[in-house]
Design a protein around this ligand. Structure first.
Ligand code: UTP
Length: 276
């Protein structure tokens, strides 16, 4: 069985919902208190056994590359000014043996197109996808739960949660086989942001473990919802030919791509600080 060691982080989106903050700063670098959103996501992956981190990035996202690089000048200054305790905050032990790779998505043609940019690095392995916008807190983490479920089922598996009816049109929504129940569900169909006739209230979250076959479906996709190439459409094609599971993960999710979710995440983590 192939282990999941690679994770793709698509971070090339425009982040329009956070303008003007995201005019010069990547959305993923916005801090949740004192740590950028992207670091929570990479930490989640690394703690789940990922050793290769692949960012699909763009020319406006250089700060992400700098963030995971070494800053010798700052390290030296901290060393020489008796602030050694801060060193592991900027050069973290858990990232020491992780390989970081950056691929540019030149034109923001959608999440599906972003993922397709990792094909040459993933090759013939199953891999994880993490959307940093979805901050999901739990131990074991959401991606760890999905990787364990992948190992048990040996099929592509995507994170799901229930959403209120009035939010259905914001997400990819799945329908499941009648016979399936429990946490691991066999998917029948998936549809991106349904306006009417949604098949359920089970929404896709930004955590996936996919077989490399997904690239075959992504390669020939036309843009759809929002004029973008949608990962959901490729999964829809894939589940016609092979088993794709959904997994009702446990954890608290904050959609930090929206102001509401971002503020709630800060509020939630701020409580821990006030309790210190
Ligand atoms: P979103 O739909 O949240 O879009 O993308 P966005 O551009 O980041 O934010 P808004 O809607 O303009 O405010 C979902 C994920 O897909 C990535 C984003 O970076 C985010 O992680 N993405 C999206 C790409 O990498 N490339 C794209 O062309 C589109």
């Amino acid at each position: 069985m192939k282990k999941i060691t690679k994770a793709v982080f698509p971070v090339a989106g425009l982040g329009t919902r956070f303008l003007p903050a995201t005019k010069a700063i990547p959305k993923e670098m916005l801090p949740i208190i004192d740590k950028p959103l992207i670091e929570y996501a990479v930490e989640e992956a690394v703690n789940a056994g990922i050793t290769e981190v692949i960012f699909i990035t763009s020319h406006t996202k250089r700060a992400i590359e700098d963030h995971f690089d070494q800053n010798f000048e700052l390290e030296e200054k901290l060393m020489n000014s008796g602030k050694k305790d801060f060193l592991n905050k900027i050069n973290r032990d858990i990232f020491q043996n992780i390989k970081f790779t950056y691929v540019r998505q030149k034109s923001q043609n959608g999440l599906g197109d972003a993922i397709l940019h990792s094909e040459h690095l993933i090759q013939d392995e199953p891999f994880a996808i993490i959307l940093a916008d979805d901050l999901i807190l739990n131990s074991p983490s959401c991606i760890k739960q999905l990787i364990s479920a992948y190992e048990q089922n040996q099929s592509s598996i995507i994170g799901l949660n229930e959403v209120p009816k009035n939010e259905i049109e914001k997400y990819g929504i799945v329908s499941v086989q009648e016979s399936s129940s429990g946490k691991t569900l066999l998917l029948k169909d998936i549809i991106e942001k349904p306006k009417t006739n949604a098949p359920s209230n089970l929404a896709v979250v930004g955590r996936y473990v996919l077989s490399n076959k997904i690239f075959e479906y992504l390669r020939n996709l036309e843009p759809s919802v929002g004029g973008e190439v949608q990962l959901t459409d490729a999964i829809k094609l894939m589940l016609k030919n092979e088993k794709v599971m959904g997994y009702l993960y446990e954890g608290i999710k904050f959609d930090c791509g929206s102001r509401h979710g971002y503020v709630n995440a800060i509020r939630h983590l701020a409580e821990e600080i006030f309790e210190e």
